[in-house]
Every structure is written in C-alpha cells, then in structure tokens.
Design a protein around this ligand. Structure first.
Ligand code: DC
Length: 229
C-alpha cells in the first residue's frame, strides 16, 4: 500500500447500517459538510444484480455472477449509477433488483471485486464518505470515523415505504417490513462480511431524530480525530 493510498483510506467516514436506517441522507449531509465525495456501495451491489438479471443468470451461480461482476463497468457518482455506460439509477431501486441483491452480494468473488473498486475509488478521490454494510469492519478498517446507524423496525419500514411512494410504487408498510426483515437476516448471517458494527464504531439510533443533528455529531467526531492526528 502506498502512503497516498493509506492517507486516503484514513480520510474516510464509514457509514454502515441496515436499509432504512438513514445512511444515504446522513452520508450526503456529512459529505457536503466536510467537502468530501460520497460513495453508495449498495448501489454497486444493486448494479451488479441488475447486470445478472439482464443476463438471465442464476443469482446463486457464484462463478457466473462473479464473472459478471468482474466484467461490468460501474460508475456511482452523485446519485447517478451507470452500468456499462447506461444510467440504471432507477432500475437498481426496482423490486426485481431489491429481491435478488442479497443473493448476489453473498458471493465472496463479487465482494472481492467490489471491495477492490471501492478502495480504488477512495484512493482516486483522496478519501470520502462511504456508506454500506461492511465499510468500517472490512473495507476501510482504518477509517477516521466509523458510524453504525440503527432505527426502529417501524421507522425503517415507514422510510422505505416513503421511498417506494416517491418512485410511484404503492406497497403496504407490513409488506415492506417483512421484505426488510428477510434482507436483514440474509445480510447479517452471511459468512463473508456480514452486516455488523465495527468494534470502534459510533452507534447512532436515528429514530425520531432530525438528520441535521446526526450530521453535526459525525462532523464533530471527524474534526476531533483530525485535530488529534
Ligand atoms: O444499501 P442498499 O439497501 O442499497 O444495499 C443493497 C444490498 O446490497 C443490501 O441488501 C446488501 C448489499 N450490500 C452489501 O452487501 N455490502 C455493502 N457494503 C452494501 C450493500
């Protein structure tokens, strides 16, 4: 690892947590406050899933899915995700991708490929706010600040339902909650890089809190660590 790469890997705010815990909103706020770029790693796993479904590949076929993950050209910049040059930002939030993404992201070969891409992205950007499931625990263990967001199941389901409504999809909150529980279970129990808080992560419950407060808390933590280095 070069010194520049190591420095960039330290200028990282790692934001992990389950879906609906507020990761995207908080990560965006922190990135704006610190003047860093933000990387949504969930969008990368979703884009690979999109490619797998388009190829009519079996999401459980590790070898084939890994080959697809290695072959695709992915870009996730400022909320826009492209797959081989095509904007798939809408498609990756659709029900088919959401239903299959845990299956695709369980494969070690896929994870190795995407983790390498995430590290390259950070080296290229000189740091960043990176959100996902395993960022503080596996991808950037030397991140300056690690945050693990949680929220009550009811609030997480309500937030997800709101996202669905914004995309003109009507779903009952009970159905959202059941699908979320299935995905949480799959993401938390997989053998490689399960969803979990890194040992030294700040654990922040976002239930009933306004994003600005949480962003301010994380920015303060970043500045404190920066000042002590
Ligand atoms: O954050 P999200 O809901 O868009 O993530 C979609 C899926 O991608 C999630 O169910 C698990 C997977 N994921 C992962 O395994 N590791 C990450 N760092 C980010 C997402």
């Amino acid at each position: 690892m070069t010194d520049a790469f190591r420095d960039a890997a330290r200028r990282v705010v790692a934001i992990d947590g389950p879906s609906g815990s507020g990761k995207s909103t908080i990560a965006l706020g922190v990135a704006e406050a610190l003047g860093l770029q933000m990387l949504d790693t969930g969008a990368m796993y979703r884009a690979v899933t999109c490619a797998v479904l388009r190829a009519h590949a079996d999401p459980t076929d590790e070898e084939l899915v890994t080959t697809i993950a290695q072959a695709v050209r992915l870009d996730v910049t400022r909320g826009v995700t492209t797959l081989d040059g095509e904007d798939v930002s809408g498609a990756i939030r659709g029900p088919e991708v959401t239903a299959n993404v845990s299956e695709v992201s369980v494969h070690p070969g896929v994870r190795t490929e995407l983790v390498a891409k995430q590290r390259t992205w950070v080296a290229h950007h000189g740091g960043g706010v990176v959100e996902g499931r395993d960022i503080g625990s596996v991808v950037f263990p030397d991140a300056r600040v690690k945050v693990f967001l949680t929220a009550s199941d009811e609030e997480r389901a309500r937030r997800r339902q709101r996202d669905e409504a914004a995309a003109s999809r009507t779903v009952a909150v009970e159905a959202v909650q059941a699908a979320m529980a299935r995905r949480d279970a799959a993401d938390s129990t997989r053998a490689v890089s399960p969803l979990r808080a890194a040992d030294n992560a700040m654990i922040v419950d976002t239930t009933g809190r306004i994003p600005e407060d949480i962003v301010a808390e994380i920015v303060q933590a970043f500045r404190r660590v920066e000042g002590s280095n």
